[in-house]
Design a protein around this ligand. Structure first.
Ligand SMILES: [Zn+2]
Length: 165
């Protein structure tokens, strides 16, 4: 029997259809979201104070915007990517910014997802050997996803301004 393929509506990944339900948090196929869950086992057990899981979460969130994804998720993800990519923040520092933003603001713009998804996906990260190589791939993922959002970068920089010294 021929295996059917499902395309992720967020990142475009083509994966064998396992008839997983689509997640309610991200505009993604269930199969793609399952890869993110696998990556999360790695990033959350990483044990370093930089908290690299935040980077992976923000990459995934920004790359799977639109659809069911809430505007706050997209906004927070992009602010995180910007602070890491252009301001040298750690995941831990981004987490603190997210908490402060959550307390201070309650409405977020609907940012339009880019037409072309970033060339790096959660699958590329998972296929990279665990350890330094994979962590470097997560950083490359941050750069790649941030680069696809040029149309929203002015808004993101303005929103992040209060947190930059
Ligand atoms: Zn995806």
């Amino acid at each position: 029997m021929k295996q059917s393929i499902v395309k992720c509506p967020g990142c475009g990944l083509l994966l064998p259809n396992q008839y997983f339900a689509e997640p309610t948090r991200f505009h993604a196929s269930g199969e793609c979201n399952e890869l993110f869950n696998q990556l999360s086992f790695y990033t959350t057990s990483h044990g370093k104070p930089e908290f690299i899981h935040q980077l992976a979460l923000d990459c995934y969130g920004a790359q799977h915007s639109g659809g069911v994804t809430k505007s706050i998720t997209t906004a927070f993800s992009l602010i995180g990517l910007y602070l890491v990519e252009e301001q040298g923040f750690t995941g831990k520092q981004v987490q603190q910014v997210h908490m402060a933003l959550g307390r201070s603001q309650s409405s977020w713009p609907e940012l339009t997802p880019p037409r072309m998804s970033a060339p790096v996906t959660v699958q590329d990260v998972l296929n990279t050997e665990a350890g330094e190589a994979r962590d470097a791939m997560i950083r490359a993922w941050v750069s790649a996803v941030w680069a696809t959002w040029t149309h929203a970068q002015d808004w993101v920089k303005e929103a992040a301004k209060p947190f930059i010294q």
